[in-house]
Ligand binder design. Structure first.
Ligand code: NDP
Ligand code: GDP
Length: 341
């Protein structure tokens, strides 16, 4: 029997790599889309030992011809759109390219699916950033959206255009509203990876301290490897619909630092207020954490906590990896990685 073809845009990113690994194990032929770049974007695929098993093609979301060529060349059963300008902070600096990639990029795909391949199932990676500063204690599929960054606004367009193409044209198209998900494969600009890597470097005297922004925001952090399994499951449902993916646990950046610091033998006490706040290791009296204005955003999302009742019920899922376990996975990786290099 011919293998089903899955296409993953953003294959070189964190989620793309984990999802590709899963789909290969499930027997799919995996085509990955990656835009040409001067950076080494394949380290995650190499880490998971799958680079040679994937067919990688040029895929730029801002270039309609790439999308049309893809559908002319392959009979794609499942399209996972994981490509995005995914860093909220950058979206304030590059609002137009962010909107084009994250918003219009999705419309380009949907319109191509509608005209060339209406049987292709489409998955869109929506985000908890859509909620902004929600007045609800926890956010579910019915909580209203109030985005607070160009990133979130672009994802709002993507979210609703996906639903619109489903309703208007009967496409099997759906979105997962995923809360922050992390792993050793996370990019270094995101706060969890930055903290994990920097603490190990401080421990090994490669750097003196870490500069962070707002320590008091709360995020619902899950494990990316687990979440990508749900991306696949969502496309296997009878009916396309939206699901929140979250752990239901919410922690501050400060709590992440404190938990991660334990793995390096640090115990932090905090002194000062606002921009002058410092995290000091009580054993050595060394300043480990400083606050730097550079890492604050013009508008912030203060608290995110997902309500995952629907996905638990309908997909018989529950998160296996809680906050402490996630920190452990990330810290153990960084400690070993430092030894390797
Ligand atoms: P990453 O940033 O790790 O990966 C994004 C991928 O998209 C990269 O491979 C990147 O390539 C690619 N990309 C960026 N711009 C373009 C473009 N114009 N054309 C084609 N490819 C492009 O993100 P994640 O894997 O963490 O996230 C996957 C998706 O899930 C994203 O859409 C993200 O917004 C969304 N999401 C993620 C969350 C999380 O916590 N991880 C939470 C909620 C939603 P390059 O390396 O060249 O930049
Ligand atoms: P986001 O939730 O998608 O924006 O993921 P990030 O990991 O980039 O940021 C999570 C939260 O950490 C945001 O509210 C940031 O303002 C906050 N934060 C505090 N200090 C930093 C920092 O140094 N880097 C990043 N990326 N975020 C920080």
């Amino acid at each position: 029997m011919k293998k089903k073809i899955a296409f993953i845009s953003g294959i070189g990113g964190q989620d793309g790599a984990y999802l590709a690994h899963l789909l290969l194990n499930k027997g799919y032929r995996v085509i990955g889309g990656e835009r040409r770049s001067s950076k080494n974007t394949y380290w995650r695929l190499k880490f998971l030992k799958i680079l040679k098993k994937i067919e990688i093609i040029d895929f730029e979301l801002n270039e309609l011809t790439n999308i049309i060529r893809l559908f002319n060349n392959y009979n794609i059963s499942e399209f996972y759109n994981l490509a995005a300008q995914s860093f909220v902070h950058s979206s304030f600096k590059n609002p137009i390219t962010t909107s084009d990639t994250n918003g219009m990029g999705v419309l380009r795909i949907l319109e191509t699916i509608r005209t060339l391949s209406p049987k292709t199932k489409f998955f869109q990676a929506s985000t908890s950033e859509l909620y902004g500063n929600s007045s609800s204690k926890s956010q579910d599929e019915n909580t209203s959206f109030r985005p607070r960054s160009p990133y979130a606004v672009s994802k709002l367009f993507a979210h609703f255009i996906t639903i619109n193409y489903r309703e208007a044209y009967g496409l099997f198209a759906c979105c997962a509203i995923t809360f922050n998900h992390e792993s050793p494969l996370r990019s270094e600009e995101f706060v969890t990876k930055k903290i994990a890597k920097s603490l190990v470097e401080i421990k090994n005297k490669k750097i003196n301290h870490i500069d962070l922004g707002n320590l008091y925001v709360r995020r619902d952090w899950g494990y990316a490897k687990e979440y990508t399994e749900l991306f696949w499951k969502i496309l296997q449902q009878k009916k396309p619909m939206e699901y929140v993916i979250s752990t239901g646990e919410s922690h501050t950046i400060k709590e992440f630092v404190e938990e991660a610091a334990k793995y390096c033998g640090f115990k932090l006490k905090w002194e000062g207020k606002g921009i002058k706040e410092r995290g000091i290791d009580i054993y050595t009296n060394k300043v480990i954490v400083k606050i730097n204005k550079k890492f604050f955003r013009p508008t912030e999302v203060n608290t995110l906590k997902g309500n995952n009742k629907l996905i638990k019920k309908e997909l018989s899922w529950k998160p296996k990896c809680n906050f402490k376990k996630l920190v452990k996975i990330m810290m153990e990786y960084e400690i070993n990685e430092f030894k390797r290099n």
